[in-house]
Ligand binder design. Structure first.
Ligand code: GAL
Length: 670
């Protein structure tokens, strides 16, 4: 466990570098990430390369015992490139090219762009691939940032058509699958197939409303594949010359979520995953649970410790700023990352830049470059990390509960939202919150992952799934696993078309129920009662007929009062739950407790308001992290005698945490 910074030595006079490094060492900062936007320095004119400036930076860092994550600079193409190769530009959904002036204005499918990126990446990798100072690589920067995964240019149109041809072979097959007979959309040739630019638009939620849902989902998949193929090419350029591990910084950012990239697939191309975590800034404030969920996603993409590559370090925004992190928050956010499985936390950025778009985006140091309150807090955290690393290797929770996250389902639900107030990641977050508020960590699994290590798989909104996943879910339940499905699961095929079987379609056998009728609750509410207590459905009600499942909850209002809303089916040695309605936050926690207790999963009996409790281990030793996210002190009840690892103090049965305080309790080794 350690800390680092995002550093831009090229933004400053060289005379300052020595002071920077001295201050970094004093703060226990041992790694810097550099160079992700430096294309115009590397290649100021087409084919004219300059490396002297980077040689000097790397040699300086090396001499000063700093380690480096070196980036490929493809996220900000230079002016000469955009002027000369206009077909490298990304087009927006209205078919307008994105012009030079900010960043990320390139198309992942532009052959010329990819060629130019490859040339430069290979030059950088061959020059620095074996440099002592380089410990790893980052390709590009925040792939998909600011709606750039889905491009609508002519290269994308042509490549999409080839992608479809490879998938469907004949146009008749595509017509049949897409149901193009609807609204006279039958295509005669793959070359006629459109890309879904803004079209008939009846819904303010997105601009493609009204277009063919099978085509929309395929376009989402194609765009994700295009980004991943670009990433893979960049990774390969590095691997050709370097054995150091490669990553990129993901954007599950609590506030800006949803890049449209299947991160489970992207993660397969990387050696480790990292993400950028801005908690309170110009564009909003994240809930502690959302940030925790994002950390959990990151550890889940590769089931291994991850990094935060950009961690907020000051007040930030582009045109106006969010609040300055109050005393204790930078440290708290760092421990939140570490407790959830991060082994390196890199702060963005070292020093606030006086020029350019991000002059208000404060780093650790203000523009004056002096030590300040934030620097002192980070230095204290750095020292603690050094000490902790003497006791523990990377710590990570190893949960018994996982949420099944499918990007196909997420995108499908984005295309047809099903009901007012329903959003895939928000609804999955309800489950994450319910369990983690009771101190029970939760992982995420992809449809392709192995479910065997978990006692409980939560599969809310599994709209569609591959046959293979369905079979593995059946095997898992049969062997003793427990699964929970929610309403709108088992409703579609993989082409985003509704099934013709009685719902829940492919889950009928597992759930032992039939959905007789559905009632999406636009502007009304329905009361329910069950093992989760009393609650109110506000989004959706499935009116269930049990075939062989046991009823654990019923509706108590509406024309279906008395009918089941929650059931459990014994399946082989396991159990399969089906929840036909949404529940309020309190009932969700009671549901979590009901399921957790039944499976003998360790949980608190109630939520400790404002406190995040996470049990993590380094595969040998276990610790309990207690993070006080609230502005007041709190006393947390715990079971047994412990040693607090940051202070070394011993205690029993309870612990006092100051506002934004952190405790790391070791119960094993007193
Ligand atoms: C991230 C990005 C950084 C910087 C930061 C502040 O999205 O990776 O380069 O721009 O936000 O805006």
């Amino acid at each position: 466990m350690r800390i680092g910074v995002d550093y831009y030595p090229e933004h400053w006079d060289k005379n300052r570098w020595k002071t920077d490094i001295k201050m970094m060492h004093k703060a226990h900062i041992g790694v810097v990430r550099i160079g992700e936007f430096a294309w115009s320095l590397y290649e100021p004119k087409e084919g004219k390369f300059e490396f002297g400036w980077m040689d000097e930076i790397l040699d300086f860092l090396d001499k000063n015992q700093m380690k480096v994550v070196l980036c490929t600079p493809s996220a900000a193409p230079p002016k000469w490139l955009t002027d000369r190769y206009t077909d490298s530009l990304q087009w927006d959904i209205y078919g307008r090219p994105k012009l030079f002036g900010t960043r990320k204005h390139y198309c992942f499918n532009s052959d010329v762009y990819r060629k130019k990126v490859k040339i430069l990446n290979e030059k950088i990798a061959s020059r620095y691939g074996n440099h002592e100072v380089v410990e790893g690589w980052q390709i590009d920067n925040e792939l998909g940032w600011s709606n750039t995964t889905r491009c609508y240019c002519e290269s994308c149109r042509k490549k999409f058509q080839s992608w479809l041809k490879a998938k469907y072979q004949t146009i008749e097959n595509l017509n049949q699958t897409y149901g193009t007979v609807f609204w006279s959309q039958i295509y005669n040739d793959f070359e006629e197939v459109i890309i879904p630019r803004a079209g008939a638009c009846y819904d303010s939620c997105h601009d493609t409303q009204g277009q063919n849902p099978a085509l929309l989902l395929d376009y989402d998949r194609f765009c994700s594949d295009s980004v991943i193929s670009f990433a893979k090419e960049s990774v390969n350029s590095i691997r050709k010359f370097s054995e150091k591990p490669v990553t990129t910084n993901l954007l599950d950012a609590a506030v800006n979520s949803g890049t449209g990239i299947d991160y489970f697939k992207l993660a397969k191309e990387l050696d480790f995953v990292t993400w950028d975590n801005y908690v309170e800034f110009q564009w909003g404030k994240a809930l502690k649970e959302t940030v925790s969920r994002d950390h959990a996603l990151l550890r889940s993409y590769k089931k291994q410790p991850f990094w935060v590559m950009e961690q907020q370090a000051g007040p930030c925004g582009w045109s106006k700023m969010g609040p300055s992190p109050a005393p204790g928050k930078l440290r708290l956010w760092t421990y939140q990352a570490v407790a959830n499985g991060a082994d390196t936390v890199v702060y963005f950025r070292w020093r606030s830049c006086p020029f350019g778009t991000e002059q208000l985006w404060h780093g650790i140091l203000d523009h004056n470059g002096d030590e300040n309150r934030r620097y002192e807090e980070i230095a204290k955290t750095g020292l603690e990390m050094d000490k902790l690393s003497k006791y523990y290797k990377a710590l990570m929770p190893h949960p018994k509960v996982a949420i099944l996250k499918s990007f196909d389902c997420e995108w499908s639900q984005g295309i047809h939202r099903q009901a007012e107030g329903l959003q895939y990641d928000q609804y999955q977050l309800d489950y994450y919150k319910a369990f983690t508020k009771l101190g029970c960590p939760v992982d995420f699994v992809s449809p392709e992952d192995d479910f065997g290590q978990y006692k409980l798989i939560l599969a809310p909104l599994l709209l569609m799934t591959e046959e293979d996943t369905k079979n593995r879910l059946e095997k898992y339940a049969d062997g003793g696993g427990t699964i929970l499905f929610s309403f709108r699961s088992g409703i579609k095929n993989m082409h985003n078309n509704m099934l013709q079987e009685t719902l829940p379609g492919f889950l009928q056998k597992l759930t032992g129920i039939e959905v007789e009728e559905v009632d999406p609750l636009l502007e009304k509410e329905t009361n329910v009662s069950g093992v989760f207590g009393q609650s109110t459905g506000k989004i959706w009600c499935d009116i269930i007929k049990s075939k062989q499942a046991q009823v654990l909850g019923i509706y108590t209002g509406d024309y279906y009062s008395g009918r089941p809303c929650f059931t459990v089916n014994k399946f082989g040695k396991g159990h399969v739950y089906y929840l036909g309605c949404d529940l309020d936050e309190n009932a969700m926690k009671k549901l979590a407790l009901y399921l957790g207790n039944g499976l003998e999963i360790k949980m608190f009996p109630y939520e400790i308001e404002g406190v995040e409790a996470i049990t993590a281990d380094d595969e040998e030793k276990e610790v309990l992290f207690l993070l006080n996210h609230s502005d007041s002190p709190v006393v947390v009840p715990v079971q047994g005698v412990y040693r607090e690892m940051l202070t070394g103090e011993r205690g029993e049965d309870s612990i006092y945490l100051e506002a934004t305080g952190v405790a790391i309790l070791n119960f094993d080794n007193n």
